[in-house]
Design a protein around this ligand. Structure first.
Ligand code: PMP
Length: 461
């Protein structure tokens, strides 16, 4: 199929414009400019087309955000209506607007547990920036102003701005620009395949959680504000912690009065088959960072959800919280988010991930890759999964050049017409939640071709 819109410009024209003016995300711009990026032009459902007319099954739902798939008319209509009615207004200086209030009403009806307030932002990074200031403000008003330190995890990802990249534990990001900021420290990640040694997953999960307790005791509980983590690590390789991990983390946070902050920027809005990933893992965070699936990526929007304890304390204390973003709660973004959540709910899409498409994807992956010579571990639930590449399964020995191997697999995937992502030595997938069985079959078949070709190239098949 070729793209339907007639373009006066060629792929090369767009590549040249990109090279002339654009600094793209997370890559070596010089190398990219020589190669030229793919130019994506159209999307429908789970498929994308580039300007050369190549069709791809998008196994990553953009950047794990187009939960409802590309091109849904309900969202387009909601944006159009809102643009016609009130294209912009803010929530500063004693004003609000219907779109943001109607979104909040639906959002809190979907949230399990006792949450009362949300601070809207434009992205996940901003949600986590806001988290730092809001948590410190909370401890100030709660009379525990000495609680200032945040504990994150190595290889966690919370965004690309100064504060959010500090909370994250990406070493290569910290090395650029003197991060982390003061009062942010990190503990290990619950990545059993890489770091579990001779321990069982359950023992390792508990041990990782107890690292948090040791760190709190080392720093002093009166100094520690919060523990910040993704329920499952996304950009760090779609790493699912052992089942023993989250209950123990929750126990420790409660015992030492340390806020438990879940970054649900990827996990939120149905990815695991629950509305929020912390429900899947069985814990109850104090804050929830949201973005991506909130609008299915149609328009930027994020937010920080607060427990009733925090929200009401901030409100009841009174006084100005000196924070505000011009576009936070933007009416058009709010209208799109409302239409998105409403459609996900009305069509039972999250329920379907839990009972049908999620189990089907997980079953097919295990049938196809369990015995594959290149794959040492398969993790995932709902519509999110990872394949761990490894050299020697019994010892969980990883390839020294696992990054290159996984990157090669990703490139072959594009040639086969499927988009899967490589992170460290893992291939990860998170398709749109509207994917059907036939499309899952295609995703698996094409992923298998990519993994087989990669294995053949390095001589393990
Ligand atoms: N938190 C997590 C868990 C993420 O995966 C991301 C983005 N991949 C972010 C925060 C940052 O979100 P954004 O790119 O919208 O700033």
């Amino acid at each position: 199929m070729t793209t339907s819109r007639n373009r006066s410009r060629s792929t090369r024209d767009y590549q040249q414009l990109d090279a002339a003016h654009h600094i793209n995300a997370f890559l070596d711009q010089k190398a990219l400019n020589q190669e030229g990026p793919r130019v994506m032009a159209e999307g429908k459902g789970v498929y994308l087309w580039d300007t050369d007319g190549n069709k791809y099954l998008d196994g990553m739902s953009g950047l794990w955000c187009t939960n409802i798939g590309y091109g849904r008319q309900e969202l387009i209509d909601a944006a159009t209506r809102q643009l016609q009615q009130l294209s912009y207004y803010n929530t500063f200086f004693h004003t609000t607007h219907p779109a943001v209030n109607e979104l909040s009403e639906l959002l809190f009806s979907l949230l399990p547990g006792d949450y009362s307030h949300v601070i809207y932002t434009n992205s996940g990074s901003e949600a986590n920036e806001v988290l730092i200031r809001t948590v410190r403000r909370y401890w100030d008003v709660a009379g525990k102003a000495s609680k200032k330190i945040f504990i994150g995890r190595h290889n966690g990802y919370h965004g690309s701005t100064v504060g959010s990249a500090s909370l994250g534990g990406m070493k290569f990001m910290h090395e650029m620009g003197d991060l982390p900021i003061p009062n942010v420290v990190h503990i290990g990640e619950p990545y059993w395949f890489a770091h579990g040694g001779q321990l069982s997953p359950a023992e390792f999960g508990r041990q990782c959680a107890q690292e948090l307790e040791a760190k709190i005791l080392e720093l002093g509980a009166d100094k520690v504000a919060a523990f910040v983590a993704e329920p499952f690590q996304g950009a760090g390789g779609m790493i699912f912690p052992p089942e023993s991990y989250w209950p123990e983390i929750q126990r420790i946070c409660r015992q030492y009065d340390v806020l438990l902050c879940a970054d649900e920027v990827i996990g939120g809005f149905g990815r695991t088959g629950e509305w929020f990933a912390h429900e899947h893992f069985g814990f109850q965070p104090d804050t929830i960072s949201i973005a991506k699936g909130l609008t299915s990526g149609y328009i930027p929007m994020g937010g920080l959800v607060l427990s009733r304890r925090m929200g009401e304390a901030l409100v009841e204390h009174g006084g100005v919280f000196a924070h505000g973003l011009t576009y936070a709660g933007h009416p058009v973004a709010a209208a799109v988010a409302l239409a998105n959540l409403d459609t996900l709910q009305r069509e039972g899409i999250v329920e379907r991930v839990k009972t049908d498409t999620g189990p089907y994807l997980q079953k097919c992956l295990r049938e196809v890759f369990d015995q594959h010579p290149l794959v040492g571990e398969i993790q995932g639930t709902g519509l999110v999964a990872a394949l761990q590449f490894c050299q020697h399964k019994p010892t969980r020995q990883r390839f020294a050049n696992e990054n290159d191997i996984a990157w090669r697999c990703r490139t072959i995937g594009f040639e086969e017409g499927v988009i899967i992502r490589s992170t460290l030595g893992r291939m990860i997938m998170a398709p749109a939640l509207v994917i059907n069985h036939a499309e899952i079959d295609e995703l698996i078949d094409k992923t298998r071709l990519a993994v087989d070709r990669t294995a053949a190239e390095i001589g393990v098949l």
